[in-house]
Design a protein around this ligand. Structure first.
Ligand code: FPP
Length: 260
């Protein structure tokens, strides 16, 4: 078992049994998560939607710790989409406040565990107090060398692609024959990060919802019915075990079969 999981998982627990099935050499480098179902989780309990988001931030804490211990290099969390502005103003305002509270509380944990915070999406449109907290924690953790937590905030995949094209065009005279995939990737918000190997979506919906459209070209997708506030390390381990069972072919034949 992975060294950092010892003492973290209860001996004989379902989590420990799942972890024992993992091959440390075949772990994904990058896990991306569409955290969905906060509102429905709250609705089922007759609670206001914000309580679903609050409970969801506990799942964020648990998943960050579990991924760091599992040796994941990058964890990307879809926390606020471009489309989320269409929600009632009160819910939107409280979501940003929740993120601020998370940053104020978790900065020490990020430092103690050598974790780095990064964001993707248009930060210029988010409330200033939230942006200040993000900028503070990003600067604080910028020299850490452990797992990167990438928060997608005011993010939309199509917008990111258009923005990247604009940035490239602004570089001056780009000749059509010089446009290529690697060059383009350098202008995306995710420049320098590996593409996600595994994309998880909670709450049973089978949609991509404008998330990392370019980067998930070859990602393995794992969907669970569990609502995000109920998502725990056992679910993450389940996703990883399933990921390792998949044969990733990237369009090729593997093992090579037949001729011609
Ligand atoms: C989707 O559930 C979730 C969101 C739009 C926001 C995600 C926010 C958090 C997990 C809490 C704070 C985040 C951090 C990073 C601390 P939904 O509201 O769309 O649920 P529904 O589909 O059931 O209505």
């Amino acid at each position: 078992m992975l060294e950092k999981l010892k003492g973290y998982l209860k001996p004989g627990s379902p989590e420990e049994k799942l972890a024992a099935q993992l091959d440390p050499k075949r772990m994904p480098r990058h896990v991306a998560i569409i955290m969905d179902g906060n509102g429905r989780w709250a609705g089922k309990r007759n609670l206001p939607r914000i309580e679903g988001h609050r409970a969801g931030s506990k799942s964020v804490r648990e998943v960050v710790e579990a991924c760091a211990r599992l040796g994941i290099e990058v964890l990307t969390l879809f926390a606020f989409s471009r489309e989320n502005w269409k929600r009632p103003k009160r819910e939107v305002a409280r979501l940003w406040k929740l993120l601020e509270e998370y940053l104020k509380k978790e900065d020490k944990v990020l430092m103690e565990n050598n974790l780095r915070l990064k964001t993707i999406g248009r930060l210029e449109d988010i409330p200033e107090s939230t942006r200040r907290q993000l900028e503070r924690v990003m600067a604080l953790t910028s020299s850490n060398s452990g797992m990167q937590i990438v928060m997608a905030l005011n993010y939309g995949g199509r917008m990111e692609i258009v923005d990247a094209a604009r940035r490239w065009a602004l570089q001056g005279s780009v000749r059509p024959e010089d446009l290529d995939e690697d060059g383009f990737s350098r202008f995306l918000d995710t420049a320098g990060l590996p593409d996600p190997d595994l994309l998880i979506r909670t709450s049973g919906e089978s949609r991509i919802s404008n998330f990392l459209l370019w980067q998930i070209a070859y990602s393995e997708i794992w969907i669970t019915k569990v609502f995000w506030p109920e998502f725990r390390k056992a679910h993450l381990l389940e996703a990883l075990v399933e990921f390792q069972k998949r044969e990733r072919r990237f369009g090729a034949l593997c093992p090579p079969r037949g001729r011609g």
